[in-house]
Ligand binder design. Sequence first.
Ligand SMILES: Nc1ncnc2c1ncn2[C@@H]1O[C@H](COP(=O)(O)OP(=O)(O)O)[C@@H](O)[C@H]1O
Ligand SMILES: [Mg+2]
Length: 348
Amino acid sequence: MLGANIGIDLGTTSVVAFVEGKGVVMSEPSAAAYEKESGKLLAVGKRAWDMIGKNPDSIRVVKPMEHGVVSDFTATKHILKYILSKICKNMIFKPNVVICVPSMATSLEKRTILDLVTSAGAAKACLIEEPLAAALGAGIKSTRPVGAMVVDIGGGTTDIAVITMGCISVSRSIKVAGNTFDEAIARQIRRERDVIIGDKTAEMLKKQIGYSFLRDVELGMTVKGKHFITNLPVSIEVSSTEVYLAMRPHLEAIAEAVRSVLELTPPELSADICESGIYLTGGGALLKGMDKMIEKKTGIKTFIAKDAMNCVALGTGEALAHIDILSQNGYVFKARDEIGGLEPELSE
Ligand SMILES: Nc1ncnc2c1ncn2[C@@H]1O[C@H](COP(=O)(O)OP(=O)(O)O)[C@@H](O)[C@H]1O
Ligand SMILES: [Mg+2]
């Protein structure tokens, strides 16, 4: 293959890569593992993620985008390098990359990421806002003068935006999303049952018996943890009601944030949203009953987008295909020397 156009969703939980003509080709956890003393890179992506909670003291596992901001540029660069080298290993020319970064990233972080992508192997790079990519990936024809609402529920942040004519009209990002649910479940079990469970176990409970509403018929799941007082391993049965009660305040926070964006939306765009509905994207949209919960709290019909977890990456692919239209709104590919203005230690 000569070269390619690549779209990357640099998410708080996972990095998803899209290749023009092929579709989504890769999805890896946003994680990197290092030897603590020497700082040597040991693993990236799934291999690093598998070490979380099981790593010895000598190994440090970093999730550099976990809270919606870039907390570790070196780890971010290692993740990008890994993705690009895997995709481009048989290519002659460097690829052009459209990249989507966590919406809470500051403009310095965004510019730094653009620079990191080009230093990681891209010929030219272009940034796109997450909600816009999510809308494009959800199949919303966002270049038309018709308002549409997208709610992207990721791991670290929930991003709510009203899109019209390829631009974001109103948006809000809150740090309540998939990881918040996991933390709340673990906290509840520690408080009520005196058992400490790991993040991955809490996530498993959420995916298996987590619902956005109180079920009439309770479900149960047996999980393993450590007793808070004796420190010994224990096995306990957790109910869907306990999981729901732990998540409830955070579910309400998401619904409230959606309502607040609707309140700020100009009337003509509001009318469009009433007509077309709300689209949910991101892994958090897969929590059972999320669509019904938002529909109930807003009175607006709500849909889970097809292939919700890959929507943002698919949207970067859509952006690659329509870069001419998007360029009218200022989305332009830039080469490394056009980005500029960075601290020298970051631009290696
Ligand atoms: N079936 C599911 N039910 C509930 N939550 C899910 C499900 N699948 C994935 N998630 C959650 O989605 C979140 C990750 O979503 P994703 O869109 O990949 O995040 P990001 O864009 O922040 O990388 C995680 O918190 C994960 O637990
Ligand atoms: Mg995302």
